[in-house]
Design a protein around this ligand. Structure first.
Ligand code: F6P
Length: 341
């Protein structure tokens, strides 16, 4: 079996470890061959491939980014579509596709599988917002990076007796904010799942300052302040037509300063959270998912993706994985909120 691997959507630490896991298990145990599609679905539609042999994945498990490149190309747009893609696969002698990507990638993979293409999936999102898997690789790395950044913000905040606002990723869900905020001892954590009033934020900030602490407020980019239905966006739309988020921290800082009288500064961590080497946890998870993805190709389990259930790798049908966000449950937020202020 000859397999074409693609990485699609926003990059994520651990993508290379998935590729390495799949290629090593696939070539050594399952008798498979691999090629890499360049830049996600763009490479599939254009028939643009690169070799992916054992030597090509040497040492990449600890590398950030993706050696295959990525894009937010929709395989149904432009010259795409199932017939064109199948023609490319036939011409290149590729029997099956392994698609590593998030919600948009897996939705496209499902449509193509429904049209008869042979595809398996590996879920990817730093936001950790897919309900069908307990954790996604890249999330642990993002939390680690955000926590280290907050530890640094706290020492400069302490020196100046300032309130520091740290904005982290999290379009629909607040997992990165919750975990990094808890790890860094934040005095307030603001997430998309919870409506929190500015007065409440100001009260937490004042309470921390009254005890002689420099307040740390962590906010997820998708947080919606009081009386707003949409997350803060001032940078237009991305290639999927989604608002490009970012900037809520900068918007909140002067409001907090005005309400509390405490000098406040905001830092947006942005893509730093997605760059650089994956943590050991993410390397192991990604490697195991890649190995399991090679196995489900061997089983011809088309239309399924690998997932983590507890500590075990399992599989889930695309349709059962799509459209279901893993939000922060109320009890997890309340548990963190006990320590606010
Ligand atoms: O979807 C994952 C994510 O990290 C979101 O939290 C964020 O809004 C988005 O990617 C930004 O990605 P990019 O700037 O690459 O489009």
């Amino acid at each position: 079996m000859r397999i074409g691997i693609l990485t699609s959507g926003g990059d994520c630490p651990g993508l290379n470890a998935v590729i390495r896991g799949a290629v090593l298990k696939g070539t050594e145990i399952n008798g498979q061959e691999f090629v890499g599609f360049k830049d996600g679905w763009r490479g599939v539609v254009a028939g643009d491939v690169r070799p992916l042999e054992r030597g090509d994945v040497r040492g990449i498990g600890k590398q950030g980014g993706t050696i295959l490149g990525t894009s937010r190309t929709n395989p149904f747009e432009g010259n795409g579509g199932p017939e064109r893609i199948q023609e490319n696969l036939d011409r290149l002698g590729i029997d099956a596709i392994m698609a590593i990507g998030g919600e948009g990638t897996l939705a496209a993979a499902k449509r193509l599988t429904d049209a008869g293409l042979k595809i398996v999936g590996v879920p990817k999102t730093v936001d950790n917002d897919l309900d069908a898997t307990d954790y996604t690789f890249g999330f642990d790395t993002a939390v680690q990076i955000a926590t280290e950044a907050m530890d640094r913000l706290r020492t400069t905040g302490d020196s100046h007796s300032r309130c520091m606002v740290a904005e982290v990723m999290g379009r629909h869900v607040g997992w990165i904010a919750l975990h990094s905020g808890m790890a860094a001892g934040a005095h307030a954590i603001l997430i998309p799942e919870q409506q929190t009033s500015l007065e409440q934020v100001a009260a937490w900030v004042r309470s921390a300052a009254d005890r002689g602490r420099a307040p740390l407020v962590v906010v997820a980019e998708g947080f919606k302040p009081d009386q707003t239905d949409d997350a803060h966006s001032e940078r237009g739309l991305d290639a999927f037509g989604r608002p490009r988020l970012g900037g809520i921290g900068e918007r909140l800082a002067p409001m907090i300063e005005e309400l509390t009288g405490i000098e406040t500064r905001a830092t947006t961590l942005g893509h730093i959270q997605r760059g650089g080497v994956p943590t050991a946890f993410d390397r192991v998870l990604a490697t195991r998912l890649g190995m399991a993805a090679s196995d489900i190709v061997q089983e011809e389990a088309w239309g399924r993706m690998v997932a983590l259930a507890g500590t075990e790798i399992t599989t889930v049908a695309f349709e059962d994985a799509l459209g279901k966000l893993k939000t922060v449950p109320q009890h997890r937020y309340e548990e963190a909120a006990m320590l606010f202020g």
